[in-house]
Design a protein around this ligand. Sequence first.
Ligand SMILES: [Zn+2]
Ligand SMILES: [Zn+2]
Length: 387
Amino acid sequence: MPVKNRFAELQDEITTWRRDLHENPEILFDTHRTSALVAERLEAFGCDEVVTGIGRTGVVGVIKGKSNGSGKVIGLRADMDALPINEQTGVEYASKTPNAMHACGHDGHTAMLLGAAKYLSETRNFDGTVVVIFQPAEEGGGGGKEMCDDGLMERWGIQEVYGMHNWPGMPVGSFAIRPGAFFAATDQFDIQFEGRGGHAAKPHETVDTTVMSAQAVLALQTIASRNADPVDQVVVSVTSFETSSKAFNVIPQRVQLKGTVRTMSKEMREIAETRIKEICEGIATTFGGTVNVRYIRGYPVMVNSDEQTEFAADVARKVSGNCDDAALVMGGEDFAFMLEERPGAYILVGNGDSASVHHPEYNFNDEAIPAGCSWWAEIVENRMPAA
Ligand SMILES: [Zn+2]
Ligand SMILES: [Zn+2]
C-alpha cells in the first residue's frame, strides 16, 4: 500500500499550512498563534471535541470513528514549538521573527498531524476514538510533561500513543524505528568550586579553584571510560568553564562548570549523577576547597514499547515499502514522558538531504507530507479497523 491518495490531493493545502507556521515560529510555551490556528482548524474539520489550554498552550482534538465497538482510544502527538535561532534558509516563507525559527521541523509535524486529523474527520473509517495531541515546548520546556500533568491520558482515556519526527539524511518519506530505549535522557549539571582567591604570584596563600576544576573536567571523563559498562551508552560533556576572575595575575575564588549528561538507561543515569557528585567532592576535598553540585534532571530516556513498535514498523512498510532499524539517538525527546505513561511508539520519517535539525539552514521537506500523513491515518485504521 503506497501513500493514501487523499494526502496526495491535500499535499498543497497542508504545505500552505506548514509554510504559514514556518513564517510565524513561536518558542516554548508561547505558541499562542499556533495553538489558536490548530484549534480553529480542528473545529473546522468537525472534530467531536477541541480543548485548548492543556499543558498551558497545548491543544487536544477528539475524533470518533464510525463505530466504537473496540472501545479503543489512540493518542497521536505532534509538537508545535520553534527554536531561538536566526533563520538562514533564504526561503520566501522564512521566519518573520528575529531569533525564532522552525529549525526542528515542528511546523511540518503540526501540519502533518492536522492533515491526518482532516482526513480522519472526513472518513472516520475506524472503530474507536482518536485523540490528536498538539504540544508546546518540546525544545527543553517539557510541554509534553505538562500536558500529562494536566491529566491528558486519564481525561480522554488514552490507551496508547504514537509520535513522529522528521529525520535529515534519511530518504524523503522513508521510515526508521527501534524498540526499547531510543532517545537519551538529557540532564544538566552546574558545579561551583569554591576556594580562596589571591595573588597569582603567591599560590601558597590561595586555594586554587582553577586547578581543582581542571582536574574535575578530566576526572569526569572517567564516568564513561571507567564506571559505565562498555556496552552501555553515556555522554558526559563539560561545555562551560568560567572563573570568577578575568585577570592574568589573580587566582579566582570561584569556578563554575556546566555541562550535559546523556544516558540510555535508568541505571546509567543514576551512576552518572552519583559519580559526578563523588568525583567533584573528592577533588574539592583533596585540594582544600568546597564544591556545590547541582544535577538537574531533564527528559527521561524515551522507550518505545515492543508491540507498538512492531505495529508502527508494519504500518511504515505498508506506506513506503520499507522500514529501517534506527540507530540510538543521544538527543532528548519530550515524548518520553507520554511513553512513560502509556505504551506506544515513536518513528522517524526521512527529510532527505537537508541540513541537520537545529541548524539555521535546516528546512522541513514538504515532500514528506504524504508519507507522514499516511502513516498517521494507517496507524488509526489498522489499529482500530472499521467494524
Ligand atoms: Zn529539536
Ligand atoms: Zn524536534
